[in-house]
Design a protein around this ligand. Structure first.
Ligand code: CTP
Ligand code: MG
Length: 351
């Protein structure tokens, strides 16, 4: 009887998750407006740098986009002599201020110089647009492509899980690196890590470890000293790779919360989608608090897939991690109590 009731709950909850996520996807109209904005901005940037391209990355390009999410744009300049990012940010800021209706905020001295833009709500654009333009961030374009490939291998389960976690983490207010919690990018990596390395049998293959079809030279695989190769022939992969894991999206999500509330070793572990579970010690990512510094960098450790010396969760503070783990536990508790109706569980989760 208990098994049957668990099955029934998982089935209902999976359906609820699909229905919930679908209504949060961006409309085709929104996508079209955003593409128009990208083209307009690209045209303007070309008046400063003729050989430039403006590309989307982040959620607008990786298949994990929610309605009204921000646009992340990256400007690539193909010519040899180009202006510094700081000069470009200043010039582009001035130009956009003169030529467009955007609110413009250039941040030329940020760690990664960007121009922030926003557009007020208007008919057909009820939430306005927020957009960041950065320069030469080629690694971000590549990690966006990696996430997109993971999404395409098993869209029903992977996209549903990721989109749900993004909404959930925003509603529960644990999605802001500025306030000591984790970015969306960090949550996506936690999901992929779980599906590649924790679940057995795995739901996803490790795209960075699938052998290449033909030998490739080092120049083709490295960017700024980072190995950015991964298996990206998704059509072929879909023909050849079929996961023998048949768990439903609800079962996976329940297990995800359970794993991150009690099984993942936060004090010594590093989640790496490239290499599986690593040790903080072996990466030199010991907590700076332990070294007597008030700054906390390595409470939660998630290795970037390409920039392997970069901890994606470095902004997560002690309090932030405490709150995040508390939320994982809360979610786990709600789901294991299996309320009578799955929809009630979903509402409670995102309260
Ligand atoms: N990124 C990165 N390193 C980080 C954070 C982000 O390289 N530490 C890049 C990634 O390419 C990521 C993109 O910036 O895909 C956007 O990150 P983020 O805004 O966290 O994710 P989104 O999927 O865009 O989520 P949201 O819809 O919440 O904006
Ligand atoms: Mg974004």
């Amino acid at each position: 009887r208990r098994h049957a009731s668990r099955q029934k709950f998982a089935q209902d909850f999976s359906q609820c998750l699909y229905d919930f996520v679908i209504q949060l996807l961006p409309t085709t109209e929104e996508l079209a407006v955003k593409e128009d904005v990208r083209k307009l901005l690209e045209r303007l940037i070309r008046t400063i740098e003729l050989d430039s391209r403006l590309l989307s990355f982040g959620s607008t390009a990786n298949g994990f986009s929610l309605r009204n999410s921000d646009m992340d744009l990256c400007c690539l300049i193909d010519s040899e002599e180009r202006l510094s990012a700081t000069d470009l940010v200043n010039m582009l800021g001035d130009l956009l201020e003169r030529e467009t209706k955007f609110h413009v905020k250039p941040l030329p001295h940020a760690r990664i110089p960007i121009v922030k833009l926003s557009l007020d709500p208007a008919p057909g654009l009820p939430f306005g647009i927020a957009c960041d333009i950065g320069f030469e961030n080629r690694l971000a374009l590549e990690n966006t492509r990696l996430l997109m490939c993971y999404a395409m291998i098993d869209p029903a389960r992977v996209r549903t899980m990721v989109l749900f976690l993004k909404v959930w983490s925003k509603r529960r207010k644990i999605n802001s690196p500025y306030k000591g919690t984790l970015s969306s990018y960090g949550y996506v990596l936690l999901v992929i890590y779980f599906l590649v390395h924790v679940k057995s049998p795995p739901v996803l293959p490790n795209l960075q470890q699938v052998p290449p079809l033909r030998p490739i030279s080092k120049e083709d695989t490295h960017l700024n000293g980072h190995n950015i190769w991964f298996f990206d022939d998704i059509e072929l992969l879909r023909q050849r790779w079929k996961s023998s894991n048949t768990e439903s999206v609800a079962e996976l999500l329940i297990d995800f919360f359970k794993y991150y509330s009690r099984d993942f070793n936060y004090s010594s572990g590093v989640a790496s989608i490239r290499a599986g579970l690593l040790k903080k010690d072996s990466k030199g990512w010991v907590s700076e608090a332990e070294k007597g510094s008030p700054r906390e960098r390595n409470r939660l450790c998630i290795e970037d897939p390409f920039e392997t010396d970069f901890n994606v969760a470095r902004c997560v503070t002690r309090d932030g991690l405490y709150t995040i783990r508390g939320e994982f536990m809360r979610a786990s508790r709600i789901l294991s109590s299996r309320p009578e109706r799955a929809i009630v569980a979903l509402a409670q989760l995102c309260e």
